[in-house]
Ligand binder design. Sequence first.
Ligand code: 13P
Length: 255
Amino acid sequence: MRRLLVAGNWKMNKTNREAVSFVSELVDKVKMFKRCEIAVCPPFTALSEVVEITNGSNIEVGAQNVYPADSGAFTGEVSPLMLKDIGVDYVIIGHSERRKYFKETDEFVNQKVHSVVEKGLKVILCIGETLEERQANKTFDVVKRELVGGLKGITASQLENIVIAYEPIWAIGTGITATPEQAEEVISFIRSEITKLYDNEVAQNFRILYGGSIKPDNFEAIVAEEDIDGGLVGGASLKVDSFARLVEIAEERQA
Ligand code: 13P
């Protein structure tokens, strides 16, 4: 069975001090959960200390963005090399907020994916449709375009270090969760597209998360779905108790 992943995307939240206090408490709260995988993705300013505090624990650490070059004249950017150097495990790429506010294209997202896997780091690649696209019956087209575009040139062995997060934009931060059936419908479609791009064995081992208004009271039904391998969590990852509860739910579901 695929290993479930519960990843917290903190977005632009928590000062360094708040991050340190949060993870110090979290380490203890989730230390008994060994079956599922746990990750937190703090802002850049807190990454280094969060990596240190979680060292030797069952919590991995992700960055929320990256620039696809080792170094150079890219004011304000952070490279995969720098992230690897401080011990980061994951990088979130292509989040809808970056696509929307920072105009990231599939091509740029794809460059980032390559630069991160080439450094041996793992990727959480986000894809998902807007409400207008869903209402115009374009969900599958959009998801397929972002999937194929984001994974262009990625080999089957590189894919082992990539996880997709399907995040319908209309469900992010809105309190409106996709129903488990809606999420499963798209996520099983993504798995079938992975079969077409690679093969069935690769697709069966490949992890696909759901993201969008996940809460302790809806997560159990979401991870009960056949193809959903965990969650990328925004708001509910900012409180130790709710995040730890989500991890516990994944742990119970994990065989
Ligand atoms: P919320 O869980 O706050 O809806 O955010 C989801 C998300 O965007 C995670 O990346």
